[in-house]
Design a protein around this ligand. Structure first.
Ligand code: TMP
Length: 254
């Protein structure tokens, strides 16, 4: 079979041309990076688990009326998505203090925040995704006030829904990152949720023990990264069908 044309390779995913115009294939790699690419590793099976988790969460969000780029999962590592123009902003929603918020503002890790806090980061690998305000975003034309309003309200809605869903399976949604894209339909531009939602871009802690089940296992060298991601999938009831070729290790998933 002719290999599909590769359009873009990111740190954890590759985008290929899709089967029809306006579609792309999103391929989930096993590569993990942290600290803007300074740290890199291959976590066997991560891409398979993230493909499944992201599919599941995008479908549940679609059910509550959040438009997403997800069309369908094609196989263990690939999903069909709608092609969008990515808004060059990473939207981080925080419920509990962790990560850069703790470092930047000296707030105690693990403290529940007075309300969900939304932050914007400019997507730029060269600059290390700097924190920016609505002022920067609108002045430099990365997005507009109406679009940012829509991004904010969708992000908070997504947070409410996902936090409730994770609590139901014994996980605290500490924080997470979203990306949005613009979709042109005739004369109209629609904003839809893009990228992925997985333990690569969420912090998820066990409710009882605060055990980290997300990418902090990799960032902080806590070990058993794949097992953490697998546990998230298990709790969501979506352990992927996996073959020995794709998921090495003694405890491959059923
Ligand atoms: P932070 O505390 O390091 O700013 O991260 C906040 C959340 O955003 C956390 O859930 C991890 C996620 N994140 C990404 O998905 N990509 C990134 O490049 C960074 C820095 C964070």
């Amino acid at each position: 079979m002719a290999r599909r044309r590769q359009l873009y390779e990111g740190k954890a995913k590759v985008l290929f041309e899709g089967p029809e115009p306006g579609t792309l294939i999103q391929y989930f790699k096993d590569d993990a990076t942290a600290f803007n690419n300074k740290k890199h590793a291959v976590i066997t099976g991560k891409g398979v688990i993230n493909n499944r988790i992201s599919e599941h969460l995008m479908l549940r969000l679609h059910e509550i009326g959040i438009p997403t780029h997800f069309v369908r999962r094609l196989n263990m590592r690939e999903q069909l998505i709608r092609e969008v123009e990515i808004v060059p902003i990473e939207v981080v929603v925080r419920n509990i203090a962790a990560g850069s918020l703790v470092k930047r503002l000296g707030i105690e890790e693990g403290q529940r925040l007075p309300r969900a806090i939304v932050e914007y980061y400019f997507k730029s690998d060269e600059l290390g995704d700097p924190l920016v305000s609505e002022e920067h975003i609108t002045a430099f034309g990365w997005s507009s006030y109406p679009e940012i309003d829509e991004i904010l309200s969708m992000s908070l809605r997504i947070n409410d829904f996902l936090a409730g869903m994770f609590i139901g399976v014994g996980l605290k949604l500490v924080d997470f990152k979203l990306e949005f894209g613009r979709l042109w339909e005739e004369e109209e531009v629609r904003l839809i949720l893009a990228d992925e939602i997985s333990p690569d871009n969420c912090r998820l802690w066990d409710v009882a023990t605060n055990e980290r089940l997300d990418k902090d296992r990799f960032r902080q060298d806590l070990g058993n990264v794949q097992e953490g991601y697998q546990e998230v999938a298990r709790r969501l009831g979506i352990l992927p069908e996996a073959g020995p070729r794709d998921l090495k290790g003694p405890e491959t998933m059923q």
